[in-house]
Design a protein around this ligand. Sequence first.
Ligand code: KG4
Ligand code: ZN
Length: 441
Amino acid sequence: RPAAVVLGIESSCDDTGVAVVTSDGRVLGEAIATQADVHAQWGGVVPNLARDAHAAAIDRTVDSALAAAGLAPQQLSAVAVTIGPGLGLCLRVGAAKARQIARQYGIPLVSVHHMEAHALVARLPSAAAAAAPPAVRMAATATTAAAPAAETHGSSSPGSSPPQQLLVVPQSPEAAHHSAHEAVAASSSDRAQTLEVAAADSADPATVLADIGASVSVPFPFLCLLVSGGHNLLVLVRGVGKYVQLGTTVDDALGEAYDKIARLLNLELRPHGGAALEALAREGDPRAVKFAVPMRKYATCDFSFAGLKTNTRLAIEQQLAPERTACLTPEELRKVKADIAASFQAVAVTHLTEKTRRGVGWAREVVPELRHLVVAGGVACNQVVRGSLQQLAENEGLELVLPPPRWCTDNGVMVAWAGIERLALGWAEPPPPTTTNPTQR
Ligand code: KG4
Ligand code: ZN
């Protein structure tokens, strides 16, 4: 019996991510166009530039993911797309493309919540990560083509460790398309032969559910800590669509704090300020600067990072004031920055861990049989975050589940997989009617 094959599209922020995933948990192809170059000079994501970059990249990213999978669009069972939360201008680019594909090929359309996708990707068997072909990575626009730059490819690199493989950003969208096809041609031809795919009825909920049941690595319920640039949530996941929010941030998300401090320290913001801050913090002493651990007075599972962010900014302004740094060597200056970075990170991670520990207690009151803790979202790439929550999980007798770093930051695989989980419950829209004028949708 053929598995359902779902195309997932993610465009909520600054990455155009597309992937092809099967209902029995295989990632057949993945492509991602990053806009880091577009936004780095502005110190943050500029919505209308992001929209333009998504629009410039969406077609070839979809084509590359399908090429990597060795599939034609006719072989898809359904298309899934992030519909929020995120930047409206950007979400619309992905949604329009998904709708167009659903209409053109007569397949169901599945709407996915961005944070749900971050959480559910943990259920993809870990073997899927090992077997998945590397993501085709490219720049979102062709503006860097004049001086071809190297893009890192992080398929198997943990967190912010050095890139393991380099791909050259192609000269133009056409060239990008072409080289992406070439890059995957060899592997995809084998896969196309071994994959039995029939679009017609493979999206049938009962069969999709059976596939999922036989393949997932983490059963429901699980406790999930979601840490990204926009959200900081502690959620008891009892099933698809059954989420009990135990805690959220009362101000900033941790990823946002990482990004802000990375900017204040003039770190490289590509691909993520957070990764650069983590790398710098490795050279620092986490006890060098005394920051208060947030929210200890509150017996809640809520998070707060604004105060820590402000205190870190004040430490930077004080310790990096020109009169204090004038006589420092570059190495000494770097050590001052690294100490601040490490101290910020240590307190932030202590706070995350303390609130998650409380959340384990809360969750167990409702679900005594709780066995798994999932940590996902972009900040879950961070090795210090991973290590601290690993320790917590061990102390609490839980199994820690961490998606591979490439599926922690925004990507198409998580959207495709969340789409499969929803498809299994019959939560899909029928294909949009072909009679409608596409420009009006
Ligand atoms: O999930 P994601 O890709 O996008 C959102 O949904 O927000 O998360 C991006 C966030 C950024 O704030 C980025 O700085 C942070 O994740 N991040 C990290 C690391 N890698 C990415 N933060 C800390 N350490 C890292 N290694
Ligand atoms: Zn995200």
